[in-house]
Design a protein around this ligand. Structure first.
Ligand code: AHM
Ligand code: MG
Length: 336
C-alpha cells in the first residue's frame, strides 16, 4: 500500500521545510479541520440527527437560519476558543466579532468563517460546505476590535473550505499552492489526495444563477450572452452551464476542472455590491483560486486588493479560469 500523507504531516512539512507557517498557525488549521470533521458527521446524519430544517431565527443579514447553520457555528467556536491561537472570530451567523473569553489565553490570529455555506441546499441533500479565512492581528493595540478584521484579502495567512458532498474534502492554502485532503471515514483522518491544484487558463464552463439575468448590469449580460451564443457567436465555442447554488461546490468544480463562477451585482438591491460576503466568502475563495493559477475580480478590482469597510460587507464576484475573469473585467472597463 502506498504511504499516505495526513493533514498533520503536510502542515509539519510546510512548517519545517518551506518555512511557510508558524506552529501556532499549524495548530489553528488542525483545530479548524477537526471542527469540520464534526460538522461533516452532523451533515451526514441528516434527519437521523435532527439537524435539518429551520431554527426559527434570523442572522444579521436577515436570512432565516437553518439548524445546521447554528450547529456548525457553535462547533467552530467551541473547537477554536480554548486553543490559545486566536484573539477573536467572526462569522456569517454572528452580528459582531466573538472575542476569545478571558479564561483562555489570547493568540495573535483572527478566524473568519461561513460555517455552513449553501444553506438552501441543506434539506435537499446537495453538497454544502464551510469556508474559512485566517488573518494575523496587525498592530500592537491591546485587545481586539472589528477594525482588526478589516484587512485586504491579500493579507490572509491561510484560507480554505470543506465541502460536504459524496466525499468530505478539505481544500487549503497557506500561500504555497492549493492542497486537497479527503476525509477517511474509517480512520478519521484527512488524507492528502491532491497537491498543487491548477485551474486551466481557459474554459467552456460557467456558473451563474441565470434566473437573475434580467437584473444584471450590461457588462455581465454581454459576457453571458456571448457564452450562450455558442460556436457561431463571438466566442466561437459552445459553453456549458453548471450551477449548484452552493459556492463551495461551484468553486470546488472550478478548482477541479476549470470554469468561471459569477455572482454579480444586480439591480434589485442597487445599494449592495453583490450577494456574497467579502471577508468570509469571497476573500478565502479568491486566495485559493489565485493560488491555483486562476483569478478573482469584482469586475473592476482584484478581490484580494479590496479594502473592507465593515465585517459583513458584500461584494460582486467573478472567479476561476484566468482568461475568462480577465475578459469579464475588460467588459466592465469598456462599459465605463
Ligand atoms: P449562504 O451563505 O446563506 O448559504 O448564501 C450563499 C450562497 C452561495 O453559496 C451561493 O453561491 C449563493 O448563495 C446562491 O444564492 P441564490 O440561490 O440566491 O442565487
Ligand atoms: Mg455563504
Amino acid at each position: 500500500m502506498s504511504r499516505q500523507t495526513s493533514l498533520t504531516q503536510y502542515l509539519v512539512e510546510q512548517q519545517r521545510e518551506h518555512g511557510h507557517i508558524p506552529q501556532e498557525l499549524r495548530l489553528l488549521i488542525e483545530v479548524v479541520a477537526r471542527a469540520c470533521k464534526r460538522i461533516a458527521i452532523a451533515v451526514n446524519k441528516g434527519a437521523l440527527g435532527d439537524v435539518l430544517g429551520t431554527a426559527g431565527s434570523e442572522n444579521v443579514q436577515g436570512e432565516v437560519q437553518k439548524k445546521l447553520d447554528i450547529i456548525a457555528n457553535e462547533v467552530l467556536i467551541e473547537a477554536n476558543e480554548w486553543g490559545g491561537h486566536l484573539a477573536a472570530m467572526a462569522s456569517e451567523e454572528m452580528d459582531g466579532i466573538y472575542v476569545v473569553p478571558n479564561r483562555y489565553p489570547q493568540g495573535e490570529y483572527l478566524l473568519l468563517f461561513d460555517p455552513l455555506d449553501g444553506s438552501s441546499n441543506i434539506d435537499v441533500n446537495v453538497s454544502i460546505g464551510t469556508i474559512f479565512s485566517v488573518l494575523r492581528k496587525v498592530g500592537h493595540s491591546r485587545g481586539v476590535s472589528e477594525d482588526d478584521f478589516l484587512q485586504p484579502g491579500r493579507q490572509q495567512a491561510a484560507a480554505g473550505y470543506c465541502v460536504y458532498g459524496p466525499q468530505s474534502m478539505l481544500v487549503l492554502t497557506v500561500g504555497d499552492g492549493v492542497a486537497v485532503f479527503t476525509l477517511d471515514r474509517e480512520t478519521g483522518s484527512w488524507v492528502l489526495t491532491q497537491d498543487q491544484v491548477r485551474i486551466p487558463d481557459d474554459t467552456k464552463e460557467f456558473a451563474i444563477n441565470m434566473s437573475n439575468l434580467r437584473h444584471w448590469a450590461p457588462p455581465v449580460r454581454r459576457y453571458i450572452d456571448e457564452c450562450l451564443a455558442g460556436s457561431t457567436g463571438p466566442r466561437a465555442k459552445d459553453f456549458n452551464m453548471r450551477w449548484v447554488a452552493s459556492m463551495v461546490a461551484d468553486v470546488h468544480r472550478i478548482l477541479t476542472r476549470g470554469g468561471v463562477f459569477l455572482y454579480p451585482w444586480d439591480q434589485r438591491e442597487p445599494d449592495k455590491p453583490g450577494k456574497l460576503r467579502l471577508l468570509y466568502e469571497a476573500n478565502p475563495m479568491a486566495f485559493l483560486v489565485e493560488q491555483a493559477g486562476g483569478a478573482a475580480s469584482n469586475g473592476h478590482t482584484r478581490i484580494l486588493d479590496l479594502q473592507p469597510t465593515k465585517l459583513h460587507e458584500r461584494v460582486a464576484v467573478a472567479l476561476g479560469s484566468k482568461n475568462e475573469v480577465e475578459r469579464f473585467a475588460s467588459y466592465h472597463q469598456q462599459d465605463t
